[in-house]
Design a protein. Structure first.
Lengths: 605, 259
């Protein structure tokens, strides 16, 4: 047999074609695909024994009960607890991804603890004015701060503004009508599970310049010109008081874009359908004053008792709102920012600081006040922390629940309560345990134990059992105090903010207005970057016509400017934003320079 | 999976989503991402290149205020029961309809990334992995050990939390139940929904909540006229919501509106 070049080529060609009819190439493709599934670029989940743990979420005051799936000592999934009597199984996207926070790229892992300690010790020795800014008042740690500030010569305990008063709760269960001025009632306000459960019991009227999620689900959405909520409230006030207060409805209609007839109808709904309550996202006095006119105090606005505390704690510094602190008086400011809380614009805080101040932030990220502090001390973050959670705005009775660590914090974390207590010479002790014992001693209320939320009266429990149950995610709740005096709303008259329409032609509308400055899980990108469900951080939305007028295109870089400062933003176009306004994603940089209703302008980069 | 020669269907898993209750919070989206090891967005990802097995859209009735009304519609793989488009077009047999559960499965190790299935899917419920899955340093410890992350270059989609179904099967087997009996479990999105808008169960079981809800007059399915028999039923008492599920209005595209 002659072997020619042609025959060799024919053989090779035939082999190649024939191979396609055998499993070999397909098997190779499959194997390559299987191999590629495990190439180094794809992380391999850690395997191990699975178990269930319980805690309460401390990312907001709702304190929703959490069931965690743990592999070894690592939580891999969080979910609500359906049988829980208050949170009822609800958990928001922030809570569902809370176990990612310890690994957030913005996490602070170390800090100048010795230097900060020396600065505080020096200030105490000199008798300088030292203040603690507590962004989440109402916790056991808050009492520690108050006691610590009482123990030194010149201490002050500062809390954020409380428009409805320090102990006022909204009794949604008693409300038949809720008039909300931009309050995100169905977007995480109060305790979401409680609000959802009560939703069918009241008529919700949402006043919003844009169709927010709450507005979309409200029984009635009243679209208003951005930044004119006060005028609408004063118009309603005028109708309710028979002309004795507020402003003429015709003037209110002209300013707000809401017709006179509708203003009268809103007033009628507030008084004609049983108990009502008026809520405001911005905490405006003029808006909240409507509550007094409709008789809300004592019915839908109630006084919540304090959760029992040991008698020895009552020698404590009073809670002082920031506005009451004299300007340029604070030499050392300690800010507890270990978990999300209220955010006060830095400009307001700065006014209270003396010359050459020392600002120490206890924070898990530098996104908040860490940007301004000389010393940022690393703090544990949920779900590493052990602390109690302040009551939510819709909790009509005292509550006590703790966020129990699901995983250990890394070495070097600073506990703000321990730091401040030690620096001021408070005796060491387990404050949470003392609080638990005080609750037991009171004999009041019942404990909802995990996993099923079964209620047991405290009277039937031993102190150790109560403490053990609280450490297993239990929830203590008291009964409302029927004899409590109705809250007195200390409300000032209408604010008259300067309007600089010529320099700042746009009106700002903040989204997630109650949101804090803290970063969230990177997985939240599903809600803004990978979909259009929310406005992402650092972004602002303009109506296409407004953007065109300023020569700004979709995705362009620009600067948001207000009288308080400026902030770089990305612009997106959204036809749902009213012309003449700019919708801005809330965040630390934005909260420092603007609030809803603030005059602003957008300048192309 | 049960042999195709002897197709014994033990369950027909499906879902009902009450649009009138959905508040657009997005809990379903992040719960799904946590459960199924879907990575955070790459820097270059957008709403067209992201990975969201379930995605909530804000849809309005097209009217101007005060007649304007909006709803939130979670859209996920509709688990088509008949003439499943993605199954037909896949050249790699990487997509199949499990006769035991009725779940349309996706096998990433078989997928070549041709994206025919994405083009064929009438619901745009399939997503392509444009980038290697990456988590911030340390966060890979939080991955669910029951679900393998997918590599770059493959298509992925909702599979009704297959990992949870397997776990339920294991529990049932440990309890001595025969494997032909349907198991009860809850996907992550249904578990996370704070308003209870998402209900999941066996549509063949007349006593299950979704089976009953799917029979209500306000129940409908997306693009029902295509005849693919989706197993995701939506509910709304509003006529205009049911109407938009039939087909988009030609020429009715407006400027983009965001949630």
């Amino acid at each position: 047999m002659n072997t020619s070049r042609r025959k060799i080529l024919q053989f090779m060609g035939g082999s190649a074609v024939g191979a396609l009819f055998t499993p070999v190439p397909w098997r190779l493709i499959t194997d390559a695909a299987l191999w590629s599934e495990n190439w180094p670029g794809v992380p391999v989940p850690v395997r191990g024994e699975s178990r269930t743990g319980f805690t309460n979420c401390s990312l907001c005051t709702a304190g929703c009960a959490v069931r965690a799936r743990l592999i070894g000592e690592q939580p891999v999934a969080l979910a609500g607890v359906p049988g829980h009597p208050v949170s009822r199984g609800a958990l928001c996207p922030f809570g569902l991804t809370g176990h990612h926070l310890p690994y957030h790229p913005a996490r602070v892992k170390s800090g100048p603890v010795k230097e900060a300690w020396a600065a505080v010790a020096d200030a105490i020795a000199k008798g300088d004015r030292i203040a603690v800014l507590d962004l989440r008042p109402g916790r056991t740690a808050s009492w520690t701060y108050r006691r610590a500030m009482a123990a030194i010569r010149n201490g002050a305990y500062i809390v954020p503004p409380r428009p409805l008063g320090p102990a006022t709760a909204v009794n949604l269960a008693a409300a038949k009508t809720v008039l909300s001025f931009g309050a995100p009632l169905l977007e995480g306000w109060g305790t979401p599970g409680n609000v959802i459960a009560l939703r069918d019991g009241f008529r919700l009227i949402q006043v919003d310049a844009v169709e927010s999620r709450t507005a979309a689900l409200a029984d009635l959405w009243v679209a208003i010109n951005p930044g004119t909520e006060t005028e609408l409230a004063l118009g309603i006030s005028n109708v309710l008081s028979g002309g004795a207060s507020g402003i003429n409805p015709a003037r209110a209609a002209s300013a707000t874009g809401v017709s006179e007839q509708q203003i009268a109808e809103l007033a009628r709904e507030l008084t004609g359908n049983g108990p009502a309550v008026v809520l405001d996202a911005a905490g405006s006095s003029a808006v909240l004053a409507l509550n007094t006119l409709i008789g809300a105090p004592g019915r839908t606005l109630v006084t919540r008792r304090e959760t029992p505390v040991p008698e020895a704690w009552k020698k404590a510094a009073p809670a002082t709102e920031l506005a009451e602190i004299p300007e340029r008086s604070v030499r050392v400011l300690l800010i507890d920012e270990s978990a999300p809380g209220e955010y006060i614009p830095w400009g307001e805080i700065r006014k209270k600081l003396a010359a050459n101040p020392v600002v120490i932030a206890f924070a898990w990220s530098r996104a908040g006040y860490g940007r301004y502090a000389q010393y940022v001390l690393p703090a544990a973050v949920y779900p590493e922390t052990l602390e109690d959670i302040p009551p939510a705005i819709d909790a009509v009775a005292p509550v006590f629940r703790m966020t129990v660590p699901l995983q250990a914090p890394p070495a070097g974390m600073v506990n703000p309560g321990e730091f401040i207590a030690t620096a001021t010479g408070l005796p060491r002790g387990d404050a949470l345990r003392e609080r638990s014992d005080a609750i037991h001693k009171s004999g009041r209320g019942a404990l909802a134990a995990m996993p099923d939320g079964k209620l047991t009266p405290v009277k039937e429990m031993k102190p150790e059992d109560l403490w053990k149950a609280l450490n297993a995610g239990g929830y203590w709740m008291d009964t409302p105090d029927e004899k409590a005096a109705p809250p007195r709303l200390a409300l000032a008259g209408p604010e008259a903010g300067p309007v600089e329409a010529a320099s700042f032609p746009l009106v700002a509308i903040l989204t997630e207005a109650r949101g804090s400055a803290a970063p969230a899980s990177p997985l939240m990108s599903k809600l803004y970057q990978e979909s259009n469900l929310r406005l992402g951080p650092g972004r602002a939305a303009l109506h296409p016509a407004t953007a065109k007028a300023y020569g700004i295109e979709e995705g362009a870089r620009a600067t948001l400017e207000t009288a308080q400062g400026r902030r770089d933003i990305f612009v997106i176009l959204d036809s749902a934003v009213p012309p003449g306004s700019v919708k801005v994603a809330s965040g630390p940089g934005v909260l420092d320079i603007c609030a809803t209703g603030e005059r602003a302008r957008v300048v192309p980069a | 999976m049960i042999s195709k020669k002897n197709p014994v269907r033990t369950a027909r898993y499906g879902m009902t989503i009450d649009i009138d209750r959905c508040n657009g919070c997005g809990a379903c989206m992040v719960a799904c991402a946590v459960e199924n090891n879907i990575p955070p967005a790459h820097a270059g990802a957008s709403d067209r290149k992201g990975l969201t097995w379930i995605r909530v859209f804000k849809v309005d009735n097209g009217a101007e205020y005060p007649a304007k009304r909006s709803v939130f519609i979670p859209v996920l793989c509709q688990q088509c029961d008949k003439d499943t488009p993605c199954v037909h077009v896949c050249p790699q047999q990487a997509v199949d309809l499990d006769p035991a559960t009725g779940v349309v499965g996706q096998m990433p190790e078989r997928c070549l990334g041709c994206r025919y299935c994405m083009a064929a899917c009438p619901y745009h419920a399939r997503y392509f992995n444009w980038w290697d899955p990456e988590w911030p340093a340390g966060m890979e410890k939080t991955l669910n050990p029951d679900v393998a992350p997918r590599m770059r270059g493959v298509v992925e989609k909702c599979n009704f939390c297959h990992g949870r179904w397997h776990a339920a099967r294991e529990r049932a087997a440990a309890a001595g139940k025969p494997n032909t009996e349907p198991v009860t479990y809850t996907p992550a999105c249904a578990e996370a929904c704070p308003t209870g808008a998402i209900q999941f169960g066996d549509l063949k079981d007349p006593s299950s909540a979704p089976a009953q809800a799917s029979q209500k007059p306000e129940a409908f399915r997306l693009l029902e006229k295509l005849g693919t028999e989706p197993k995701i039923y939506y509910r709304s008492k509003r006529e205009w919501v049911r109407a938009i599920a039939s087909a988009p209005k030609p020429g009715a595209r407006k400027e983009p509106s965001r949630g």
